[in-house]
Design a protein around this ligand. Structure first.
Ligand code: F6P
Length: 326
């Protein structure tokens, strides 16, 4: 507190949206208000910070949003904010609005933006939200569980038609450079083979796995391909058809459907916990940190540490997916 002036918290969502962002916004607004702070919603991510796209948020402004996908604050990927002049303008706007601290909800790029502001003296706490689950320091980011459930539902449906027609389905999942969603989908959907960016495979290896499934009498083959894998999904389908592996192939690119929808209970709870802790951390005077789920606990981690540790693939899960496919 600064005399009579309440502590003012800004909140923005940035980068690709993730189901559960709204639950997090709600948690930040209501935790702030419960602690006599003022909360300002920043529209359109860092772009809105630069443009002063601000509105004071009351408790009713976040009513009825807990179960909604997307983000009521809107989100952007700002190129201007990557430049010093963009950051300088954002800081000027924050000072003008009397913002004492900022909660940044987003993925890797957004957390880099948060760190850049913190290094220039702004109090900032980051909240990991990205379906890619590529952020070091948190077991799960907001949105991952919902995206995985969406994939699971889609693959279950595709398996029905794959079985009826004795086909191999190549199903492409999102994740940028991370194979997390693909590997987990491989386990929970019982895929024959999973292709991820972290483990390059040859076309022959994929063909062997599919042919093997055919020989063992399977009525379908499910091949999950992460979008960042070393072989492109449609190229792979064409080559498999040319090689004659027993099944004919079909391709489904799941795309942005993975980013939408009602957040699962897990994502709502995670978002509520991370949002609440991010707000109390700001009020305690913490800065340049990210809130993360470590084991069962929410912990604070320096953003510098988070951003300098690339999250590596969990080979235990990858091997499990392969073993269980037999
Ligand atoms: O980072 C989230 C993500 O959905 C990635 O998985 C994907 O590669 C990318 O964003 C898609 O970005 P856009 O929404 O700009 O098409």
């Amino acid at each position: 507190m600064d005399g009579q002036k309440p502590f003012t918290i800004g909140i923005l969502t940035s980068g690709g949206d993730a189901p559960g962002m709204n639950a997090c916004i709600r948690a930040v607004v209501r935790t702030g208000l419960a602690n006599n702070a003022r909360v300002i919603g920043v529209a359109n991510g860092f772009e809105g910070l630069i443009n002063g796209d601000f509105r004071v948020m009351g408790p009713r402004d976040v009513g009825g949003i807990l179960q909604r996908g997307g983000t009521i604050l809107q989100t952007r990927r700002s190129m201007l904010f990557k430049e010093a002049r963009g950051q300088r303008e954002a800081i000027r706007r924050m000072n003008e609005a009397g913002m004492d601290g900022l909660v940044v909800v987003g993925g890797d790029g957004s957390l880099h933006g948060a760190h850049a502001l913190a290094q220039q003296g702004i109090k900032v706490v980051g909240v990991p939200a990205s379906i890619d689950n590529d952020i070091w320091g948190t077991n799960m980011a907001i949105g991952v569980d919902t995206a995985l459930n969406t994939i699971m539902e889609a693959v279950d449906k595709l398996r029905d038609t794959a079985s009826s027609h004795s086909r191999a389905f190549l199903i492409e999942t999102m994740g940028r450079g991370s194979g997390y969603l693909a590997v987990m989908a491989g386990i929970v959907c019982g895929a024959e083979i999973v292709l991820v960016p972290e483990v390059p495979v040859s076309v022959e290896e994929v063909a062997d796995a599919v042919e093997d499934a055919y020989r063992r009498g399977k009525t379908h083959a499910i091949i999950i391909v992460a979008e960042g894998a070393n072989i492109h999904t449609t190229d792979l389908a064409r080559i498999l058809d040319e090689m004659d592996v027993g099944f004919t192939t079909r391709v489904t690119i799941l795309g942005h459907i993975q980013r939408g929808g009602r957040p699962t209970a897990f994502d709502r709870l995670l978002a509520a916990r991370l949002g609440t802790r991010a707000t109390t951390a700001l009020l305690e005077g913490q800065t340049d940190v990210m809130v993360g789920l470590q084991g069962r606990e929410i912990e604070l981690l320096p953003l510098e540490t988070v951003l300098t540790h690339p999250r590596t693939a969990n080979m235990e899960y990858y091997d499990m997916a392969r073993m269980l496919a037999r």
